[in-house]
Write a protein that binds this ligand. Structure first.
Ligand SMILES: Nc1ncnc2c1ncn2[C@@H]1O[C@H](COP(=O)(O)OP(=O)(O)OP(=O)(O)O)[C@@H](O)[C@H]1O
Ligand SMILES: [Zn+2]
Length: 795
């Protein structure tokens, strides 16, 4: 049913007709919530006489009904309401007062009396400029998320709540104060206060005015009573103190660019000077010096009086990354998830005021309200953490692309292992490829040795570490080198099973096997965090001798400590990294050389730059390979290549040992040869064969509910509607399911999913939009459905 031409539209990066993006269409409000719509009503002729021009605000809400609804701006608020502000408006039959976001102000000649009035603005100035509003509307449309909820994702909660601010009363002169005669008649202290306020030519608090006029606040109170002063309440930032640190930059050394770096920079500079949107893909092998290229490009942007956003995966927001930018720019705002609401608000205000040159942050930093944005950089653009897994389920790469179009600026996507979406864009002319094929200082790529775990001789004593890896660790430690060991599974044992009756201890909420954690002897569900004390015997047949199998990082840690008793070992996974700053502390001790072996999950695979790491061991390269996910091979290739890239970054060289049950797998073969091209070409053939992204678009609908039958029945209804809307649109969309996903039960809810595939994202999106437009699960069934456009998570 699906047909593809080789030059099929690129689904992720094809140019979007931004100007054509329409605000979300008017949703049908709930019964009794009917609020007149300006643009879907034709006034009957007898009303035309009564019509007069009126200013109306379009308002969206973060809870149903989502709008947009139109409200009349009453005369006293004319000129005070702008798009991007929050407004208080009456909603529904009972006219309950609710807060919404203003997305537009228009003059209209429709009968004003059919519209309700705006009650009041909640902000003094917009929280969102017109370009960001455009981005919100695009996200709302593309990801099929209510615009009000997109605003909530865009504007940090700390900003919305005014964290670290206080209401303060500001005084301005009223018309009476402008009448010299009346002022002259005032007692001297009051007269002096009025004159000082007039001279200040800006609103002042009573305390400020009292200081200026050298009086107490009593005369000022008198003046207010007599009507010489008008008072207005405003929110002001009261948080002070060192909310961000400034580094001493006197000793910073600026490296001379290598030739390939200089060539890359010159291409990027041309794009920056062009003043146009352009997507540049910086494909540089690990350790090729991509960060230095970003920094130089941003320096050029800053010289032009503009600003930049650098997005990195959350886990890379270590001091090392921060310092690299803070060392080179006067004003960097680093945004990370462990910030308090006050800190976040403080930086947001600084960013919006235009004083910040560079914003470095994870996914949501793409929304930073820089007034003169000149460049966006996504480092490690392939990283899955750029996709948000709650509404709005956006991918920062796609949003960055759209923002760069709205702002008309270049976008740099950097990686040693670009996503196939990005790679494909370079071959269809939607992006320009810039390559750094060599490491800095002519350092060789590390040699990778594959250890075939199927060969009995390679495995030593049933442990996780093969004989070759064991020898290599020993030699490295002897040479005073450091070791990184990757095992992408946390916990001690990943299955707890009774060898007598075969029972596997599973989560009652998710039906997934529990993982045994040694600390505290807990059995934990890695999907919902359900925990019980690990049962000492089989809960079913009471057999005394339950078995722990399957390898996790805790067990690896025990084995490593037993095999190399003289080495200092640290484990890094989400269990040991719960406390703020723990990630940084471990990396600091590793850098200082105090630690010899660092083992952990994928969080040790990214971005680390330690010259003394002479050996990287991958305990089980296949762990991600057999997931029911079309990106499994890509993820395996990326993970192995990235972790292998952590060695050989100094003058002492480095080597990599990869343990695997499938050494012949193309992803593992290509990773072992540092051959991105080989991988990309083979993988692209697979994607083409099945019309998977980037050669087609995918969407996923997840349906969940407490009763299996009703949930499935509801999923069936969605499929029927999808088929109807597909046929009505004559869209070539393939609809698969409903079927239980790999995680068929989660937190006590049954799950079904529907997969949709099409050659282009537009017909796919429209098919879904029409199918669910009026769809609502029966409230008593407690069923929810989630639309995930361009899903990353297929579980
Ligand atoms: N021109 C240069 N001269 C000397 N050293 C450099 C130069 N450019 C970068 N470096 C250093 O080389 C090292 C590797 O650079 P960087 O971390 O930017 O590489 P990368 O391409 O981002 O690697 P990865 O993708 O593996 O994270 C860093 O220690 C950096 O300071
Ligand atoms: Zn669970």
């Amino acid at each position: 049913m699906l047909s593809h031409s080789p030059d099929a539209q690129h689904p992720t990066l094809h140019p979007l007709p931004i100007v054509d993006i329409m605000p979300p269409g008017p949703h049908q409000p709930e019964d009794g919530d009917r609020q007149a719509e300006l643009f879907d009503t034709q006034p009957p002729p007898w009303e035309l006489a009564a019509e007069s021009d009126c200013e109306a605000a379009a308002v969206v809400f973060s809870e149903a009904p989502f709008g947009p609804f139109h409200y009349k701006i009453p005369t006293e608020l004319l000129g005070l309401i702008e798009p991007g502000m929050r407004l208080r408006v009456p909603l529904g039959k009972g006219n309950r007062s609710v807060q919404g976001w203003c997305v537009g102000v228009e003059t209209s000649s429709l009968p004003a009396r059919s519209l309700k009035d705006v009650l009041e603005p909640c902000d003094e100035s917009p929280l969102c400029d017109p370009r960001l509003i455009k981005l919100v509307l695009w996200m709302s449309h593309y990801y099929q998320a209510p615009a009000g909820q997109v605003f909530d994702a865009l504007i940090p909660a700390g900003v919305r709540a005014g964290a670290g601010t206080r209401q303060q009363v500001f005084l301005t002169p009223s018309p009476r104060a402008l009448d010299d005669e009346q002022v002259d008649a005032l007692p001297s202290k009051q007269k002096s206060a009025v004159r000082h306020l007039l001279a200040a030519a800006k609103p002042l608090t009573a305390a400020q005015l009292a200081t200026l006029a050298e009086c107490t606040e009593a005369p000022i109170r008198q003046l207010r009573k007599k009507g010489f002063l008008s008072a207005e309440t405003r929110r002001v930032l009261t948080a002070t103190g060192p909310l961000h640190s400034v580094r001493d930059r006197s000793a910073v050394q600026i490296p001379e660019l290598t030739e390939p770096q200089a060539a890359a920079l010159s291409q990027i500079s041309t794009a920056i000077e062009s003043g146009k949107q352009q997507t540049l893909v910086l494909h540089g092998v690990t350790g090729s010096g991509k960060t230095e290229v970003y920094i130089r490009a941003i320096e050029a942007v800053v010289r032009m009086g503009k600003q930049a956003i650098v997005l990195v995966p959350e886990i890379s927001l270590t001091p090392q990354t921060r310092h690299r930018f803070q060392d080179r720019f006067d004003d960097v705002a680093v945004l990370h998830s462990q910030m308090s609401a006050v800190e976040r608000h403080y930086h947001w205000q600084r960013i919006r005021s235009g004083q910040v040159q560079v914003v470095v942050g994870a996914r949501s930093a793409i929304f930073a309200p820089l007034p003169r944005l000149g460049l966006i950089v996504l480092d490690e653009e392939h990283d899955a953490s750029f996709k948000q897994d709650s509404v709005p389920r956006y991918h920062a790469r796609r949003v960055a692309y759209v923002r760069s179009q709205i702002e008309n600026i270049p976008l740099i996507l950097g990686s040693a292992t670009p996503s196939l979406e990005t790679w494909h864009a370079t071959s269809t002319g939607h992006a320009t490829l810039i390559q750094l094929n060599q490491r800095i200082a002519g350092r060789p790529m590390p040699h990778v040795q594959l250890v075939d775990l199927r060969t009995p001789g390679e495995r030593s004593g049933g442990g996780a570490i093969s004989r070759p890896l064991q020898n290599a660790v020993r030699e490295t430690l002897k040479e005073d080198g450091q070791v990184i060991l990757l095992l992408n599974r946390r916990g001690f044992a990943t299955t707890i099973q009774c060898p007598s009756c075969g029972h596997v201890v599973a989560c009652p909420e998710c039906d997934m096997p529990l993982t045994h954690h040694r600390d505290g002897g807990k059995a934990v569900c890695h999907y919902c965090d359900y925990q019980i004390p690990t049962p000492p015997w089989c809960p079913i047949c009471k057999f005394d001798g339950i078995r722990y199998s399957g390898l996790g990082t805790q067990r690896l840690e025990v084995e490593v400590k037993a095999r190399f008793p003289d080495a200092k070992v640290a484990r890094m996974d989400s269990d040991t990294m719960r406390r703020p700053g723990s990630h940084e502390r471990v990396l600091e001790t590793f850098r200082s050389g105090e630690l010899q072996i660092l083992l952990g999950t994928q969080m040790i695979a990214k971005g680390l730059d330690f010259p003394n790491v002479l050996l990287v061991g991958v305990i089980n390269a296949d762990s991600a390979l057999h997931f029911p996910d079309f990106r499994a091979a890509e993820r395996t290739f990326q993970l192995v290549t990235q972790v292998a890239g952590r060695t050989g970054r100094g003058n002492r060289g480095g080597r990599v040992i990869v343990q695997t049950f499938t050494p012949e797998h193309p992803a593992i073969q290509a990773a072992s040869q540092h051959d991105y091209l080989q991988f990309a070409e083979k993988e692209m053939l697979q994607r083409r064969k099945y019309a998977y992204p980037p050669l087609g678009s995918v969407a996923r609908i997840i349906i969940r509910g407490p009763v299996e039958e009703t949930t499935e029945a509801f999923a069936d209804t969605i499929v029927e509607r999808l088929e109807l809307s597909r046929d009505k649109l004559s869209a070539e969309v393939r609809i698969l399911g409903p079927a239980p996903p790999p995680i068929a039960k989660l937190r006590g809810k049954y799950r079904f999913h529907i997969l949709l595939q099409a050659a282009d994202s537009t017909s796919l999106g429209e098919t879904i939009r029409q199918a669910v437009a009026t769809l609502k699960p029966v409230a008593k069934d407690d069923i929810q459905f989630v639309i995930d456009i361009d899903p990353i998570d297929m579980l």
